[in-house]
Design a protein around this ligand. Structure first.
Ligand SMILES: Nc1nc2c(ncn2[C@@H]2O[C@H](COP(=O)(O)OP(=O)(O)OP(=O)(O)O)[C@@H](O)[C@H]2O)c(=O)[nH]1
Length: 652
């Protein structure tokens, strides 16, 4: 039997006979996974779950199409002990706060954060050097497939510099705009950041957004210019951009190639010398910021915490300041990025704790954790994640409803930023209305449902949360407030019942080579955008800021921007509150009957174009029937667009 690759995650690949498999099962697996999938020639042959006792594996051999053929022979399994239960608990007391550095890596998408993180893990011996180490901190399948980071991961690195042992806590962050809440969340556990910029692409929209997040949080910033190995790399130009845009001297930038490992060691040295140690409250009782959480079926929530004061260990009774709930700590430890249990965690350190919290909603991100008998002043909290894009989700087959419900519950256990409420529709049956941080978040969630839970769903087209200021006393009484948020277009109140409608706005930043300027400006104009600023960041690159209605960018703005600029323009946005807007509710009628699922909210100016486009799409999408079908878009009783599908029986 030859061992090809042992991932940290949950998969073991090997070539060999079943005999080989039996032999392998008598060896303790070299990781702390709770579920093992064994594959032979790319076919799943066996799935093992850690037994509830945590001391042995249970599972079975799978036949074709994942059918369970045979339960594994328990005598073999009882000898298989998870590695972590044998592990000594690590003593963290020697890492005094002055030898700790908590930092994060921030960058535009694909500028190389995860690759740099891999190299840092290798240099510090967290993972063995191997060509297969690619985005080790990106654990989700969708992250690996799409090459994006969705969920931030923490890793504690041990690094000796000038004879002194340092503990460097690295928090990898996602790059996409949708996940910027994850970025801000991890930044508050840090004192410094590595701002990674691609030596070829230079500063991009998200580099700017991320820089300001770090700057406003008063963090020390080390600019790192990555990919200097590329043929078109121009680190000097990028250094000049950094000087001009962020006022950081070019001499402060570190030029590296994360892929080849060039100069990466220097990054670690600079982290030690240039970043300050964490600020802790001397003499304070245990006080920690909960900055991330994941869910484990056996142990409940695994909360990532940054300690600002005191210490915590197994058996402590703790309270979450926000929810007021009390728990007993079951385990504390550090992430390397695997979990390594520790005796205690001390002020300044970053690690995890489990305390039997049942779901991630209980462990609100940004909450302060303290001891039951020693309450502390809560740390300035985070705002809860705010969904910006809503869509209805329905099972393809209604008999799948309860399976899908289970999958949805499991997935939202790990992603507290998705909001879920029940929904139902005459055509699609019972389902849910889900709120996401952005469109990519929606797509990623959908893909995870399909990949991890084998669920197939129908998603309605995404909408943004509009608001209405009600004028009708009856409605105000019904809703209990004057201003309501509408996440489902079919519940959009009639104009006669409201004083005004409001739509969500965003402040968008676009960075692009100047040759695409006129095309970008006309695209923005068609999206009802208002230009706020314009700046040359070097001879040929421009940065523009526009105020957009969110609805105008949510669906295809980014794709259009990318294609008209041959992929060179980048885009990022931040929330810019609400603004009054002349909105209308548009019904889509099939042979005179309104279809509830197709109700759309549009700006009055653009209603005709939107209605016409929907009618045309439906005309092409609906299978032809024997009889003629009229597809109409209407506002109130006025039809504004119409398409006719001829019946197959006509013209014969
Ligand atoms: N040539 C070259 N390619 C690199 C280097 N660093 C990263 N890359 C490549 O750039 C691509 C993106 O790298 P990632 O590390 O996934 O980028 P990221 O910033 O983590 O991306 P997100 O997780 O989506 O935010 C990958 O294909 C890497 O192999 C480098 O130093 N040189």
């Amino acid at each position: 039997m030859s061992y090809i690759e042992l991932h940290w995650m949950y998969e073991v690949f090997f070539i060999g006979s079943l005999d080989g498999l039996w032999r392998m099962l008598t060896v303790p697996p070299r990781h702390t996974a709770r579920c093992l999938h064994l594959w032979m020639w790319k076919h799943p042959v066996c799935t093992l779950h850690r037994h509830l006792s945590g001391r042995r594996w249970t599972g079975g051999i799978l036949g074709g199409r994942g059918r369970l053929l045979q339960t594994l022979y328990p005598a073999y399994l009882s000898q298989v002990t998870p590695y972590s239960s044998k592990k000594e608990r690590i003593d963290m007391s020697e890492y005094n706060v002055e030898y700790i550095r908590n930092f994060s890596i921030i960058a535009h998408v694909d500028h190389g954060k995860s690759t740099l993180a891999d190299r840092l893990l290798e240099i510090t011996g967290c993972i063995p050097k191997a060509a297969s180490n690619k985005q080790v901190l990106d654990k989700l399948q969708v992250e690996r497939e799409r090459g994006i980071t969705v969920k931030a991961q923490t890793a504690s690195l041990f690094y000796t510099y000038q004879g002194k042992k340092y503990l460097l806590n690295l928090i990898d962050t996602p790059g996409h705009v949708d996940f910027s809440y994850e970025v801000s969340r991890s930044l508050s556990a840090c004192q410094g950041v590595l701002l990674v910029v691609d030596a070829n692409e230079g500063i991009q929209a998200q580099t700017v957004a991320n820089f300001y997040l770090a700057f406003e949080a008063q963090l020390s910033i080390i600019p790192v210019i990555n990919k200097i190995d590329l043929k078109n790399a121009d680190p000097e130009r990028v250094e000049k951009q950094i000087e001009k845009m962020f006022d950081i001297p070019a001499s402060d930038c570190i030029r590296i190639s994360a892929k080849l490992g060039t100069n990466v060691e220097r990054v670690l040295e600079e982290v030690v010398t240039r970043l300050p140690p964490p600020k802790i409250e001397e003499g304070s009782p245990f006080k920690a910021l909960l900055f991330d959480s994941t869910f484990d079926h056996y142990r409940g929530v695994i909360a990532s915490v940054a300690l600002f004061g005191g210490e915590v260990c197994k058996g402590n009774k703790i309270v979450l300041a926000h929810s007021g709930k009390c728990y007993e700590v079951n385990e504390v430890g550090i992430l390397t990025p695997e979990e390594v249990p520790a005796e205690k965690l001390y002020a300044g350190q970053v690690g995890y704790l489990t305390a039997g919290m049942k779901d991630v909603q209980e462990a609100q991100i940004g909450d302060t954790v303290h001891l039951l008998k020693q309450p502390v002043e809560p740390l300035p909290g985070f705002k809860p994640a705010k969904p910006m894009v809503f869509a209805g989700m329905f099972p393809v087959d209604q008999s799948e409803y309860s399976n899908l419900k289970g999958a949805l519950e499991k997935l939202t256990l790990n992603d507290s930023s998705v909001s879920v409420s029940r929904d139902s529709s005459a055509a699609l049956g019972a389902g849910w209305r889900l709120g996401f941080l952005g469109l990519l978040h929606l797509e990623v969630f959908n893909q995870r449902l399909e990949q991890e839970y084998n669920a197939s769903v129908i998603m309605t087209s995404p909408t943004v949360p509009y608001k209405a200021v009600l004028s009708s006393p009856k409605l105000i009484k019904e809703y209990g407030e004057e201003e309501i948020t509408i996440v489902n277009p079919s519940e959009f109140p009639d104009k006669s019942l409201v004083k005004e409608y409001l739509e969500p706005m965003i402040l968008g930043t676009i960075i692009s080579p100047d040759e695409y300027l006129s095309k970008i400006m006309s695209l923005c104009q068609t999206r009802r955008a208002e230009q706020k600023s314009f700046l040359y960041i070097d001879e040929h690159r421009i940065m523009m800021k526009y105020l957009f209605p969110l609805n105008e960018v949510v669906v295809d703005f980014y794709d259009n921007l990318k294609s008209l600029s041959s992929g060179y323009a980048s885009f990022d946005y931040e929330d810019a509150g609400y603004q009054a807007a002349d909105l209308v509710k548009m019904d889509i009628l099939l042979n005179g009957r309104a279809v509830e699922e197709l109700v759309t909210i549009a700006h009055r100016e653009k209603a005709y174009g939107v209605g016409k486009a929907i009618c045309e799409r439906l005309r092409d999408a609906i299978p032809r029937q024997l009889f003629e079908i009229a597809v109409q878009a209407s506002i109130g009783s006025r039809v504004i667009a119409r398409e006719t599908m001829e019946g197959t029986s006509q013209g014969r």
